[in-house]
Design a protein around this ligand. Structure first.
Ligand code: SF4
Length: 434
């Protein structure tokens, strides 16, 4: 699925040191990518869920995450043109819009979000975690780039749990296929110590990120765990996990959030701060990227704060207890891939949402059903009914898209959001009166 983002245009509020740090990290990353060919640095394209950036970095190669390029293009209003380009080349309207945006970008010169050209891949590393589109996407890129592909087949968690057999199957592939393929491109052997160092740094950053998620239990919540959350997951879901930069970023972010808790402050928003907290929502589904700030304001101006979201777990379910582990390098990488949100069954996703509705004392939950992404959208109406039954908390349902602006009907979505929030308001009053 999809990705978060870091390099998204900074919300007004993001004058925090952590945001400035993240921007600098991204600028440096895209500069290194632009100079990769000249410097002889090898480049590995890979997806956000199930990414193995610690392995890539330990071999001094650079990752490129195509979903992030797609969402960045949308935030910069370029996705419509790229999607049109891909559709002209024969890609159907109902294909995942991330794919079409990426293919259109490639056909238009492969200029990255900061205006520099992205290097071609030396390897396509396909960690297959639940979404069939991942496979088709890299088939298309292979036709364009003619570079080798290595696939890590991650068994789907159909039964809602990871068995020892599944774990061994993934570890064996890592050892026998993925690491050798990466070493062949890097031209050298993997240094076990270098990988362990990166995994330890990942763990540190993950501990701090979990503290940030947990802070939403406060009233008011100091964070918006969906709109604000996509900035928070930027470094850890993308190229930076395992690096010193990510450790420093999450340490700083945690301090800033703790400071907001100490001062009783709510989250930052595109307008600086939002209306005082009136509703606490849990969100299922990715955000829309083409009208990101408009979408956010529909909630922040009404005092509706997102206290948790499944989207910000696509690149790792750390608040479920998982950590990368330097003592068990390949095992923990396998566990990470197996546990990605895209690899979970529908019942497991419902359990997760129920957990968070209770944990964060939400008075509502919202499903943003995106047209492009079957991986997320299939079954969401069933999830809605099941969650309402289990928790007694009413759900809202809206439809949009990831990066195709044709499917963001602003007035329609705004009407639905307002009706939903009014209903929550009325319900809250009734409960207070009762
Ligand atoms: S279908 Fe969904 S999960 Fe799959 S690549 Fe597209 S956005 Fe990602």
């Amino acid at each position: 699925m999809s990705a978060p983002q870091a390099a998204a245009p900074t919300p007004q509020a993001a004058k925090d040191a952590s945001q400035r740090r993240q921007k600098a990290m991204l600028a440096d990353y895209f500069e290194r990518l632009a100079a990769a060919r000249e410097n002889g640095t090898k480049v590995v394209y890979t997806f956000v869920p199930g990414n193995l950036v610690e392995l890539i970095d330990a071999l001094d190669m650079l990752p490129v995450l195509p979903e992030i390029n797609a969402l960045q293009s949308a935030m910069r209003k370029r996705s419509a043109g790229y999607i049109a380009e891909a559709e002209k080349a024969g890609h159907a309207e109902d294909v995942c819009s991330y794919v079409k945006c990426d293919i259109g970008m490639l056909k238009s010169g492969n200029t990255g979000p900061t205006g520099t050209k992205l290097p071609e891949p030396d390897l396509l590393l396909l960690s297959y975690t639940g979404c069939f589109t991942f496979m088709k996407w890299f088939e298309l890129l292979r036709q364009e780039y003619h570079c080798p592909v290595v696939m890590l087949h991650v068994p789907y968690q159909a039964g809602g749990a990871v068995s020892g057999e599944m774990q061994r199957y993934v570890v064996d592939q890592l050892r026998q296929k993925v690491v050798p393929a990466l070493e062949a491109v890097a031209g050298r052997r993997l240094d076990d110590g270098a990988l362990r160092e990166r995994l330890e740094r990942s763990r540190q950053a993950e501990d701090d990120l979990v503290a940030v998620w947990d802070s939403a239990r406060n009233r008011p919540s100091p964070i918006d765990a969906y709109f604000g959350g996509v900035y928070y997951i930027g470094p850890i879901f993308s190229a930076f996990r395992g690096g010193d930069g990510a450790v420093a970023y999450y340490r700083e972010l945690r301090r800033e959030v703790e400071d907001r808790v100490a001062h009783g402050e709510g989250p930052t928003t595109p307008d600086g701060s939002g209306a005082p907290e009136r509703h606490r929502l849990v969100v299922e589904g990715p955000p829309n990227w083409t009208h990101f700030n408009d979408f956010w304001r529909m909630f922040s101006r009404e005092g509706a704060v997102m206290v948790s979201s499944t989207y910000t777990r696509v690149g790792g379910l750390y608040d479920g207890g998982f950590r990368h582990d330097a003592e068990r390098p390949l095992d923990s990488l396998a566990e990470y891939c197996l546990g990605c949100y895209t690899n979970l069954s529908l019942p497991a996703r419902v359990d997760l949402l129920e957990r968070d509705i209770r944990k964060y004392a939400a008075d509502g939950f919202l499903i943003n059903s995106v047209k492009s992404c079957n991986s997320f959208s299939a079954g969401q109406l069933l999830m809605l009914r099941e969650l309402e039954q289990r928790t007694g908390v009413p759900g809202g349902f809206i439809e949009s898209d990831l990066v195709d602006p044709r499917y963001f009907g602003k007035a329609n979505i705004e009407n639905r959001v307002q009706s939903y929030l009014q209903m929550l308001e009325a319900r809250g009053k009734e409960r207070t009166a009762a």
